[in-house]
Each structure stands twice: as C-alpha cells, then as structure tokens.
Design a protein around this ligand. Structure first.
Ligand code: LMR
Length: 334
C-alpha cells in the first residue's frame, strides 16, 4: 500500500510543480472515511462548493468519501506524502502519527454538550492544539463536529458489568482503549470501513459511534441493541498538507480559508440535527432495540470510567486535561 501511496504522491507533486496554466486548476483531493450524507460528508461538500466559487474555479476539490481512496491509517500517511491534500480524521486518530494530545477529546464524559465543546475549539486551547500538527507536515484548519457516541452490541448494555469480556471495536486511541478496559471489555483497534463486517461476522461483539455513523454504515442491521449513552464525543480536525498549503498563492489561500470558515459554520450548525435524524431513521427500521439508562445506571457508567482520567494522564498530559476541564467548567461526573 505504501508503494501505491508513494506513486500517487509523486504524480501529485508533479501536478503541483508543473507549469501553471489557465486551464489547469489547483486540485485538492479530499479523502474521508464516512458516507456523504453525514456531518463530515456535508461539510466537505460545502467546502468544495465554496472553494470553487470563491476562487472562480482556480481550485477544484475532489471528494473521495467512504474510504474509497484510503482507509484510516493510510489516509494520514497519504496526506503526509502529498498523495492527497486534505482530510478530516477524528480526534482519536492522531496518536499513531505522534500527536497524542487530541485524545483528550476521547476522555469519557468530558463534554456535556456541543456548546461547551465550542469553548475549547474556538478558544486558545483549540488553536494551540492545531499548531501541534505543523511538525507532522500538516496544517490544522478547523474543527468539525460529528456528535456524541452510543454503545451497541448483541446484548443489552445497561451497566458496567454488561461489558465484561465483550470485544469492542475502537478507533486508534489509547484513551478509548483504557475506556473499554475500565469496563472490563476487550478493545480492538480497527479501521472504520471494516466495522460493519466485523460486527456481522462476530469478529467483535460491539462498538461505539454516533447515530449518524451507525445509521449510514448500517451497523443497526447487525447489532440487536443500541444504548443511548452519550458517553463520548467524535469530532474532526480538518488538516491540509503543509507544503501544499504554504505553497499556494496568498490570494487563493485566503479564499480557501474563507470557504473553510463558512463550511465549518455550516457543518457544525447542522451536525446535531443530522444525528437526530439518523436516530429517527434507525428507530424506523426496527432492526435494533434502542435502550436508555436510568439516572443510576448513567452514574454507574460514569463512575466505572473515571479511572481512565488518571490512567492516561501521563500520555495525554495532566496539565492539558486540567486546562480542558477548566475551559468546560464541568466535572465529567455530572
Ligand atoms: C470512526 O472511526 O468510528 C470514526 O472516526 C469515523 C468518522 O470519521 O466519523
């Protein structure tokens, strides 16, 4: 695969370095792993529309959804090598390239709602986190929402004991690994594109994801129960290859920055609604039973996951966790 990515990267490099002509627009290949009708898919489409409009067609954005070009791990390599120019991986996927700080967003119950999230991403902490990506050959442009995660399996998940011994698919985040271990479950890192089949064939017993991802990947067809837990958050960092970005004519970069800002506002104002609609759509299929927790069960889940904060403190950084909690002004226990 790496050889393929490298070959694609050299073609892309030639395209960027070649003589500019009025006929050849600057191409931004934007690869992502979810369906087009998701918060990320819709924001990417909005960015495409605005970027092409604001640059008078001097920029062409090609979107490759649903892992059609690259899967999770490969897409980050492809971006670093210049085979694609733009991605929006979830916060949970930056650990393997050496940026562990984004895993702070994975801490259980760290965000009570999207309004609180905005305080972090729109504030100095959010800006500082984006800066960490510079040393990895990428520039962080924006934070895009998906929403809050729910738990699913073929057995009812109502209290911590129900998780014991079950295998759960996780994204490549050590915080998520610690979260499932805290519940006595067995976490297994897996690319997003492989989840449906893994659930169907029993390679894993369960998973956590947003309503939008559950519905668009049809996970509800292969999971008997989904529990509304809202125990964690999935959001994205829009990243662009740094060399490509820095090499753009300043006026083009300005227009793309404008397009990104507006696409972000558009996407983030629609994400909650998207997830609501996906929940309704899952309900309508009648394929999964949707469970909710009593206040006591909710409290027991929070309590069971609290040790994760201590466990990952040295990895994610205690000062960062403290600063994050200060920004949210909330305790994860309520
Ligand atoms: C996942 O891997 O579950 C998600 O990060 C997929 C996505 O991009 O929303």
């Amino acid at each position: 695969m790496r050889r393929l990515i490298l070959a694609a990267a050299s073609v892309a490099a030639l395209a960027v370095a070649g003589p500019a002509s009025a006929q050849s627009p600057i191409v931004i290949k934007f690869s992502h792993v979810v369906a087009a009708n998701t918060p990320k898919g819709a924001a990417a489409e909005k960015f495409r529309e605005l970027a092409e409009k604001y640059t008078d067609g001097k920029v062409k954005v090609e979107i490759y959804p649903n892992s059609t070009l690259y899967k999770d791990k490969e897409e980050l390599e492809a971006l670093q090598l210049g085979a694609v120019q733009m991605l929006a991986p979830s916060n949970s996927k930056f650990g393997p390239i050496g940026v562990r700080e984004f895993e702070v967003f994975d801490l259980p119950y760290i965000l009570p709602d999207l309004k609180t999230l905005r305080k972090v991403t729109d504030g100095p902490l959010g800006t500082r986190l984006l800066k960490l990506l510079d040393s990895k050959g990428m520039t962080g442009l924006a934070y895009w929402d998906n929403g809050f995660k729910q738990m699913s399996a073929n057995k009812k998940l109502l209290e911590p004991a129900d998780y014991k011994g079950l295998k759960f698919r996780i994204q490549s985040s050590k915080v998520l690994e610690a979260q499932f271990r805290a519940l006595g479950a067995i976490p297994q890192v897996m690319a997003f594109s492989d989840v449906y089949q893994a659930l169907q064939t029993g390679v894993v017993d369960g998973q956590e994801n947003t309503w939008s991802n559950i519905y668009t990947q049809k996970m509800h067809e292969v999971q008997k129960y989904i529990t509304t837990t809202n125990h964690g958050y999935i959001g994205y960092v829009v990243v662009v290859n740094k060399k490509f970005w820095d090499g753009l004519p300043a006026d083009i970069r300005d227009e793309l920055t404008r397009a990104m800002k507006e696409a972000t506002e558009f996407g983030n104002s629609a994400s909650a609604q998207d997830n609501e609609e996906a929940l309704e759509a899952v309900k309508k299929t009648g394929k999964s039973e949707i469970l909710s927790l009593t206040p006591e069960q909710d409290e027991a889940m929070r309590k069971a996951m609290m040790p994760v904060y201590k466990e990952v403190a040295s990895r994610v950084g205690q000062p960062l966790i403290d600063e994050f909690l200060k920004e949210t002004g909330r305790s994860p226990m309520n």
